[in-house]
Design a protein. Structure first.
Length: 208
């Protein structure tokens, strides 16, 4: 089975690609979704985060009645994007659990007989996880378009917060020569998905 890691910087279109692959019945797991699920209710990860972030309160006390996440993600985001030391400590709590869940996913799909399974993982290179994947795709977007999409997606973010998020990842250009395929998602969706289809055909050839 091919373990495909699909990465890309914020607002470049990983979710679009993941949804398309899922429609093709290809197993897809999303690192961002894993984190959201971990934050949804009290567990060993949230307990460690709460202790680490004190005295700041990063929980939603009425998360059940309000049908929201147990961890207040915007509040946590404010803390980690402007405190690099705290960000590193938070990642040391979250990332091992994410890797465990992802490894279990790939193992399960392999045992079920799938020839391809995918992880959408924005921080693949930032966390030096290249060796965990057989193939890596990069979803690329022209920087000016990327910023417009990020503003549209997160209307409540200030310019400072937007820049902090853009700078939190390795520049796209530094990743281009490190991947097996670059998919340019700067224009029409049909053009983007045509690149995905071509990439899938090449992956299929490599299986036989």
């Amino acid at each position: 089975m091919i373990k495909l890691g699909i990465t890309g910087n914020i607002a470049c279109g990983k979710t679009l690609i993941g949804n398309y692959l899922a429609k093709l019945k290809i197993p897809v797991i999303d690192s961002d979704t894993i984190v959201h699920d971990l934050f949804a209710a009290p567990n060993e990860v949230t307990t460690k985060l709460i202790e680490l972030c004190q005295p700041a309160n990063i929980t939603n006390a009425n998360y059940l009645s309000e049908k929201t996440s147990f961890i207040n993600r915007p509040k946590l985001g404010e803390l980690l994007f402007f405190d690099s030391a705290l960000k590193k400590q938070i990642e040391e709590i979250i990332h091992p659990k994410c890797r465990e869940i992802t490894q279990n996913f790939f193992q399960e799909k392999s045992e079920q007989g799938f020839e391809l399974a995918v992880n959408l993982i924005p921080l693949l290179f930032e966390n030096n996880l290249q060796s965990h994947y057989d193939k890596i795709w990069l979803i690329y977007c022209q920087p000016d378009i990327q910023k417009i999409r990020l503003k549209k997606r997160n209307l409540n973010l200030s310019e400072e917060e937007i820049e902090a998020r853009l700078k939190a990842q390795i520049p796209q250009e530094n990743k281009i020569n490190l991947v097996n395929l670059v998919i340019d998602n700067s224009s029409e969706i049909t053009k983007t998905l045509a690149q995905v289809d071509s990439g899938l055909k090449n992956l299929a050839k490599s299986l036989y």
